[in-house]
Design a protein around this ligand. Structure first.
Ligand code: C5P
Length: 253
């Protein structure tokens, strides 16, 4: 069998050449990293859960008309996606103070923000993904002002959708990160949601208990990460109700 061509390997995913032009295969690894890969581990089952959860969110976005890269699931760890030209920004939306915002401003985690705040980090591992302003984004040519308007609009639509989906299962969406890519239809360019949406890239707190159900469990040594992600998947109906990750993820189609 011919080996697939690896296009790119990141910390949590690998991209392979897809079966048709304009597609990639996105493979979800079990690797967990934090603090720019200074902390690393392998969490059995994480890749399977994130593959399925990202599919769930991307399909939901498709259903409400928010364009994104997802085409179809291939297997437990792989999905077919549209090839995009990634804009080198992490687009972060915050509803409540947490993480780097709390640190930067000395604001208690969980404080409600006056409105959703959209911010950008420049995607660069060597520099530790520094926060950048719109001025930087436009001046350095990563995106123009029209692109930024479209990115904010996409990010806020994703925020409204995800906040509602999570709240319906008793989870508060504190903040999250998306990436945005360009696709071309002839000379016409469109921006679409790319990369992944999963508990790796969101902060998710149980509404009642405040229990953390996201990658902060790993970052802050708060318990079993796969357990937390399984709980999210179970509540969303992506995993059968009685399953724990110890029985290994069994997915519902
Ligand atoms: O660390 P910080 O508070 O800036 O993170 C904000 C949100 O963006 C969190 O949900 C975090 O998981 C996500 N994020 C990410 N990848 C990064 C940085 C942040 O998914 N490289």
């Amino acid at each position: 069998m011919a080996r697939r061509k690896k296009i790119y390997e990141g910390k949590a995913k690998i991209l392979y050449e897809g079966p048709e032009p304009g597609t990639f295969v996105q493979y979800f690894k079990d690797d967990a990293t934090a603090f720019n890969a200074q902390k690393k581990d392998v969490i059995e089952g994480k890749g399977v859960l994130n593959n399925r959860l990202s599919e769930f969110f991307m399909q939901g976005l498709t259903n409400i008309g928010v364009p994104n890269h997802f085409i179809r699931r291939i297997n437990m760890r792989e999905q077919l996606i549209r090839q995009v030209e990634i804009i080198p920004l992490e687009v972060i939306v915050r509803n409540f103070a947490a993480g780097s915002l709390s640190k930067r401003l000395g604001m208690e985690e969980g404080t409600a923000l006056p409105r959703p705040i959209v911010e950008y980090s420049y995607k660069n591992d060597a520099l530790g993904d520094p926060m950048v302003s719109e001025e930087y984004v436009v001046a350095f040519g990563w995106a123009n002002q029209q692109d930024l308007d479209d990115i904010v609009s996409l990010a806020l639509r994703v925020n409204d959708f995800l906040s509602g989906v999570f709240y319906a299962v008793g989870i508060k969406l504190v903040d999250f990160k998306i990436e945005v890519g360009r696709i071309w239809d002839g000379d016409f360019m469109r921006l679409i949601v790319a990369d992944e949406i999963s508990p790796d890239s969101c902060r998710l707190w149980d509404v009642k208990s405040g229990r953390k159900l996201d990658k902060d469990v790993f970052r802050r040594d708060l318990g079993d990460l796969a357990d937390a992600y399984s709980e999210v998947a179970r509540r969303l109906g992506v995993l059968p109700a009685q399953t724990t990750h110890l029985t290994k993820p069994t997915l519902i189609n």
